[in-house]
Design a protein around this ligand. Structure first.
Ligand SMILES: NC(=O)c1ccc[n+]([C@@H]2O[C@H](COP(=O)([O-])OP(=O)(O)OC[C@H]3O[C@@H](n4cnc5c(N)ncnc54)[C@H](OP(=O)(O)O)[C@@H]3O)[C@@H](O)[C@H]2O)c1
Length: 288
């Protein structure tokens, strides 16, 4: 399969391309630098860039894990909604049959202990607003006869990037600990399963248009902290109080303190098998 991809230089994109290349797929990268086709989320994509392309994987977006100033919030929203619009406009003038678009568990908002499957309603607030608009922009491709699959991605765990790259330093220094009450649910997925799930979405017909990209066993932050400390052979006994996180990250702290208990009901029903269904197996693979 010839696959056009945005976000190829990112944490997920890099691993996905390695895995896909190993299975014989070829790629056309669309991006701001070092790409086959120069493309920025707020630019128009020449549909000719998709000549001969079978599928598009769209991962590009301004990083969310940063302090949310008004400018940053605008970039987070526009890079996703306008970027997706730009890709979908080109899809409408192409022969591409499949469009796999990133979304996030942020779609559901923060809902305590409630189990959140693909059919759950969206939440309220900035992140749900971003995800709802992002998914609506992607769904427009269905009007052109393209199969659209949005992957609602949880916290991706893997070596060399993502959430673990930021968490590692305090834990390695022995000053890691639970965040806030530690009761909040964390929905996560191993990077390998994330890359495999994108390939699954590309290769499987008859999928629903939303799949949760989260392992079937979310954990509370307290359990995550204990298991993560153990995986690094470090104590994890220094809790970080809620006010400190709010001071440090402002509004973005809600991503760390908010609870999301997401389960991949449709993903498993459609036959995807997680290689790392529980946190212990995921951390063992990552840290040995
Ligand atoms: N990783 C996670 O835990 C996680 C969780 C939930 C959802 N997601 C979503 O999954 C997608 C991929 O995540 P990731 O972790 O791989 O992201 P990442 O490592 O932050 O990479 C972001 C990618 O988007 C590109 N990009 C950013 N702004 C752009 C713009 N204005 N125009 C064109 N390209 C732009 C970047 O390209 P440059 O090299 O040009 O900067 C980079 O390739 C994102 O949409 C993210 O929101 C990720």
């Amino acid at each position: 399969m010839k696959i056009a991809i945005t976000g190829a230089s990112g944490f997920i994109g890099k691993r996905f391309m390695e895995l896909g290349a190993g299975q014989g797929h070829s790629f056309v990268t669309l991006g701001r630098k070092n790409a086959d086709v120069l493309w920025d989320a707020n630019s128009v994509l020449d549909p000719k860039s998709l000549d001969g392309v079978d599928a598009v994987v769209h991962l590009a977006g301004e990083p969310v894990a940063q302090r949310w100033s008004d400018t940053v919030k605008d970039k987070i929203m526009r890079s996703r909604v306008d970027g997706t619009g730009s890709i979908v406009d080109a899809l409408g003038k192409s022969k591409v049959k499949v469009f796999v678009c990133a979304s996030a568990v942020g779609y559901y908002g923060f809902r305590g202990d409630e189990l959140l499957a693909e059919t759950s309603s969206p939440g309220k607030g900035f992140l749900p607003d971003v995800c709802v608009a992002w998914e609506a922009a992607a769904d427009r491709a269905a009007g052109f006869g393209v199969s659209v699959v949005k992957l609602r991605i949880g916290m991706v765990l893997g070596r060399g990037g993502g959430a673990l790259a930021t968490m590692e330093t305090p834990f390695k220094l022995g000053v890691g600990g639970k965040l806030g009450s530690g009761e909040q649910w964390m929905s996560w997925i191993h990077l390998e399963d994330m890359a495999r799930l994108i390939l699954f979405a590309l290769n499987t017909t008859g999928l629903p248009s939303e799949l949760n990209a989260t392992a079937p066993n979310p954990v509370t932050n307290a359990d995550f902290t204990r298991m993560y400390g153990a995986a690094l052979h470090r104590p994890a006994v220094f809790p970080v109080p809620e006010f400190a996180l709010q001071l440090l990250y402002g509004e973005m702290a809600q991503m760390i303190l908010g609870s999301q208990r997401v389960i991949p009901t449709a993903t498993e029903r459609m036959g995807f098998q997680f290689r790392f269904p529980d946190l212990a197996s995921a951390l063992k693979e990552i840290y040995g």
